[in-house]
Design a protein around this ligand. Structure first.
Ligand SMILES: O=C(O)CCC(=O)C(=O)O
Length: 297
């Protein structure tokens, strides 16, 4: 933890840890084992006709399945039973137990029978723990580029996953809509709609079983499952706890001071909108200069 704090955490850079002792899950968590142990648990999963899932175009639907049916379908390429098409993709991002969605995912609470199979590196203090999220996806599932507001360790248990990362410093090249990038195809970006995207520096790695990737808060990430796989991620609070939105269950609501600032910017835009164009543009430039001056080097 000391090395991590000094060399990584304080610099806000990602870190890939290889061949970590992540516990028995690496050997134990086969499709058959998980289907047997978690069989009748109901899970709400994303189902999509293609692998590239988009929260912006909402090209997927949510379905509730028994865990054993979900995992068998997710591991198969072609399905005998399906919702949208016979080669649809499946993705589980585990959630809390509360039906109204008011609590966070915690493997100890939703999946106690398998929780003890996982060990992860102690990169943070227990008091800062936020959530532990199971992630299981079909081959080819791609999760849209987004940022989270908490520090994150993404643990690969089985399968292989490509992860692309973009620094918070390149945020203006990513065409965000809220916490998500509008650039859906990062490999063949629409350069007419998103001409600046090519200026974003992309960092990439391939996670294999036993790898743990530290994704610092605000680092944009996009994942593609090369094959069917099981993973888990742990979010923890790296800011003073009172800065986080208490209603956040996904770790992606902007910290309270930041969301107030963004709402103040919107109010500023509305105030400027009543002015004639030349005035509006002049004061926008002054506001931008003030914000630029406020940036810390
Ligand atoms: O690994 C995945 O499927 C997505 C991971 C992710 O988005 C996250 O850890 O925030």
């Amino acid at each position: 933890m000391e090395d991590f704090q000094e060399h990584i955490f304080n610099h806000r850079r990602p870190l890939l840890l290889k061949n970590v002792d992540i516990g028995d899950c690496k050997e134990k968590w086969t499709v058959e084992y998980l289907a047997e142990v978690l069989g009748p648990n109901q899970v709400k999963v994303h189902v999509c006709p293609v692998g590239n899932m988009s929260f912006i175009t909402k090209n997927f639907t949510y379905k509730t399945l028994e865990f054993k049916d979900f995992i068998k379908r997710a591991a198969a390429e072609v399905h005998s039973e399906w919702f949208l098409c016979e080669n649809e993709s499946y993705y589980l991002r585990s959630i809390g137990s509360d039906k109204r969605g008011r609590d966070v995912a915690d493997i100890n609470k939703q999946f106690p029978r398998i929780a003890k199979d996982v060990r992860f590196p102690q990169l943070f203090e227990d008091k800062d723990f936020f959530s532990s999220v199971i992630r299981i996806g079909s081959r080819g599932v791609q999760i849209w580029t987004h940022y989270d507001v908490m520090d994150n360790m993404l643990i690969q248990v089985s399968g292989e996953k490509r992860v692309a990362l973009f620094s918070p410093e390149d945020t203006h090249y990513l065409y965000l809509s809220g916490d998500k990038s509008q650039v859906l195809d990062i490999d063949n970006p629409d350069t007419t709609a998103f001409p600046e995207f090519v200026k974003a520096t992309r960092y990439e790695t391939l996670l294999t079983p036993g790898d743990v990737l530290f994704i610092p808060a605000l680092w944009h990430h996009n994942t593609v499952a090369r094959v069917f796989g099981v993973g888990l991620n742990v979010f923890w609070k790296n800011l003073p706890h009172e800065m986080y939105d208490k209603t956040d269950v996904y770790g992606n609501k902007d910290p309270l001071p930041a969301s107030k600032a963004l709402s103040d910017v919107n109010k500023a835009i509305q105030s400027l909108n009543v002015l004639p164009k030349t005035y509006r543009n002049f004061y926008i430039q002054r506001a931008i200069a003030a914000l630029e001056d406020a940036k810390l080097s």
